[in-house]
Write a protein that binds this ligand. Sequence first.
Ligand SMILES: [Zn+2]
Ligand SMILES: [Zn+2]
Length: 231
Amino acid sequence: MKEVIYTIPINDAYDVKCGCPVCRLENKLDTEAREYVMGAAMMEPDVRIMTNEVGFCPRHFSEMLEMKNRLSLALMLQSYLADLLQDGVVKDTKHISKKEFEKIADKLRTASDGCFICKRVEEKLSLFVKNIIYIWESNEEFRKKTRKQEYFCPKHLALLCHTAKKLISKRNYSAFCEDHFFATRKILNSLSEDVTKFCNSYNYMFRDIPLGEAKTSVERTIDFLNGDIKK
Ligand SMILES: [Zn+2]
Ligand SMILES: [Zn+2]
């Protein structure tokens, strides 16, 4: 990859050094995609065709509902419903053929699988991840920064490693895995110790040992496993 187009937002996300930096990037892309759909995209017929085709997932529908531009959402829904009904030609008839019903049901199901915003974020994130790998390969400072991250969440750790495996040499890939695991190992160790302490607290032999921070270990472990993506 010759051009590195996302250096600034990537460095911004890595400079915070709190939580998973890739979750920070993904949350930013998600906000931008929602604002795009509710704003500029409203006037673009091409986008309307695509949103009619794939629809929106439950999470993104709820988030768009919380945004201020209700008319934008209503216009999108108007077009989506009109398209759906036209597809099955059901508007003026009480009966529907099996084939028409299946077509509508399939289309409604697709909307909950992976929506226009989900797909847009996924595509952009995959470019960011390629750029992260390129910067890591070419910049010693960025490698140091990688090791200093609080952690990488499971989803992004897997995405980074799977992408890097295809893009870089075997030797560099080993070092890449080490750097990312180095950052994540701290939290895995501490969660593991705390969860064990929590479990032991149910054993009468350990009943006098104060739980301290281990009290919240189950919640913290699930938070880590779920990642920092807005739900
Ligand atoms: Zn993450
Ligand atoms: Zn979605």
